[in-house]
Design a protein around this ligand. Structure first.
Ligand code: ZN
Length: 309
């Protein structure tokens, strides 16, 4: 804070006069000291203010991030009212895959749920890197970053679960329901894969055309492919990653009919597997906050392109 333009240098003192008796000299000194005190005091106060020692400034300090670094993801939900932007009025659901609490609730997440075409576990723990960084930590971090980017465009963003919001889950059928009930314009489930080392790269999972029970993906297959292609190309651009070298024939696109989160969706929806946590080179990227920001940017840009922003 600097709101004082007074000079830093004190005014010069009074010129020395002719010799006087000691009491007169002392009197002059006292007067001079009294006259100078406000100047020196003012200088001291100004110095303290410039040094940042003032205690009257309640504003938080401005944090200047080093070039190339990214701001930390927010730990709490965003405000309910999204910012105005070109995509105001659009709704996106982002589904952070798994939950860090799933490891402590294996009984709950092993419960079978109906995915229309089949029955499947409520949820899974997800994978980890060899060093123990959880897929669920990764998916939440990327989801929060993507949410912030989308909200800056005016998009209303709903996460299927929040940091510290629930002990485990939600189950895959509920994850799909959240997108359906929000009437989301697009839904993206964020994941990272856990296959053997040497398998690298990202892939997008698109819903197959399935029908059975509550599952009927016919109306969303085409739009979901458009969404997936947009995300794939933007993700490749922002991260520099290559499409998966172990499935999808190098396209970065895979169609599956066995995922409840896709089968039960009535809204355009894809999964993204951002990389392979069990490969050291991919893991080095997945554990980097800077890389995760690029990943979130690619996902957000793909969604924005799909929404016509
Ligand atoms: Zn996963």
């Amino acid at each position: 804070m600097r709101n004082d333009d007074s000079p830093l240098r004190p005014e010069p003192g009074p010129p020395a006069g002719p010799a006087r008796p000691w009491f007169a000299r002392r009197s002059t000194l006292v007067v001079a000291a009294a006259a100078l005190a406000p100047i020196f005091l003012g200088g001291w106060v100004l110095t303290q203010i410039l040094a940042g020692a003032g205690g009257d400034d309640s504003r938080p300090p401005r944090v200047v991030l080093p070039k190339g670094s990214s701001a930390p993801a927010p730990a709490s939900p965003s405000p309910a009212a999204p910012a105005k932007g070109p995509l105001s009025g659009r709704t996106v659901v982002i589904d952070p895959g798994h939950n860090t609490g799933n490891f402590d609730h294996t009984n709950e997440i092993e419960r079978q749920v109906d995915i229309g075409t089949n029955r499947k576990e409520c949820d899974t723990t997800g994978t980890t890197t060899n060093a123990g960084y959880m897929e669920a930590e990764f998916t939440m971090d990327v989801s929060l970053r993507a949410r912030r980017l989308l909200e800056a465009q005016g998009v209303k963003v709903i996460l299927t679960h929040e940091v510290g919001g629930r002990a485990w889950g939600p189950c895959i059928d509920e994850r799909a329901r959240i997108g359906n009930q929000a009437k989301a314009d697009a839904v993206v489930s964020v994941h990272a894969d856990g296959v053997s080392a040497g398998n690298r790269g990202y892939h997008i999972i698109l819903p197959a055309d399935v029908r059975g029970g509550a599952a009927d993906t016919g109306p969303i297959v085409g739009l979901s492919r458009q969404l997936g292609e947009r995300i794939a190309s933007n993700f490749a651009r922002t991260t520099g990653s290559a499409p998966a070298n172990y499935l999808g024939s190098g396209t970065g696109l895979v169609v599956r009919d066995d995922l409840g989160g896709l089968n039960l969706s009535t809204r355009p929806k894809v999964f993204i597997e951002c990389g392979n946590m069990r490969d050291a080179k991919d893991a080095a990227q997945l554990t980097s906050p800077e890389w995760r920001q690029k990943a979130a940017q690619g996902i957000a840009d793909g969604i924005v392109g799909f929404l016509g922003g």
